[in-house]
Design a protein around this ligand. Structure first.
Ligand code: TYD
Length: 207
């Protein structure tokens, strides 16, 4: 039996890691077979690509190279981690996926949707998520919550303008893809967790 594939998306500091951790605790407690993984990375080769992408020393990396590296890491991660777990009937919980490329490289870097779709066509067409949770909080609110950006991270150190474009990109994606569901995360982490569990139940991802 094929498992289900859910992804988490949101701006830096939206609380994805915390929400994924709380969800995993819930899945554990309820004996639901799952794996939790992340992009870029999640397997040996993909983690190596991640190091190259996020290294602040690689300041001269061009936008197209960046987009292609994310797509390359995605393919490797799909083959190493996601597809085997889905074939085992597990629920796959993935921190970021294709929508990050559409929002960060397509919208904020300005490479456009068509280019991103073309270099990610296999992942988009053969392995679309069953559901995507978008943690909806503006970059301004998110950065103030996490007390500023990590300056050693090549993506995080981009200015607020860049992250506003990412956010606008996500808001546009919400209109194009019904599988992307916004969850307001302005309240406490437990309130947000409750909303996510209710959503996964109402969409038939968990019972
Ligand atoms: P990470 O430290 O995992 O950030 P976060 O905790 O916010 O997910 O770094 C991943 C960075 O890579 C993050 O800035 C978003 C960015 N990214 C893209 O720009 N495009 C992509 O396709 C993916 C998967 C991530």
């Amino acid at each position: 039996m094929k498992g289900k594939f859910i992804t988490f998306e949101g701006c830096e500091g939206s609380g994805k890691s915390t929400q994924i951790r709380l969800l995993c605790e819930y899945l554990e407690k309820n004996n639901i077979p799952y794996i939790s993984t992340r992009e870029p990375g999640g397997s040996k080769v993909a983690e190596r690509i991640r190091t190259v992408i996020l290294d602040a020393d690689n300041a001269e990396m061009c936008d197209e190279c960046e987009a292609l590296l994310y797509a390359a890491a995605r393919e490797q991660h799909l083959k190493d981690i996601v597809i085997p777990a889905l074939n085992d009937g597990k629920l796959v919980v993935c921190d970021r996926y294709i929508d990050s490329s559409l929002a960060y490289q397509g919208a904020a870097r300005g490479l456009g949707t068509e280019f991103i779709k073309s270099i990610n066509s296999h992942a988009m067409e053969s392995y679309p998520p069953d559901l995507t949770v978008f943690l909806n909080i503006s970059p301004e609110a998110a950065f103030s919550r996490k007390h500023g950006a990590d300056m050693n991270d090549r993506m995080e150190r981009q200015g607020l303008d860049f992250h506003m474009k990412v956010y606008d990109g996500y808001i546009r994606l919400l209109k194009s893809y019904k599988r992307i569901r916004p969850v307001d995360c302005g309240g406490s982490k437990f309130e947000t967790h409750g909303k996510i569990i209710a959503l996964l139940k109402s969409e038939g991802i968990i019972n």
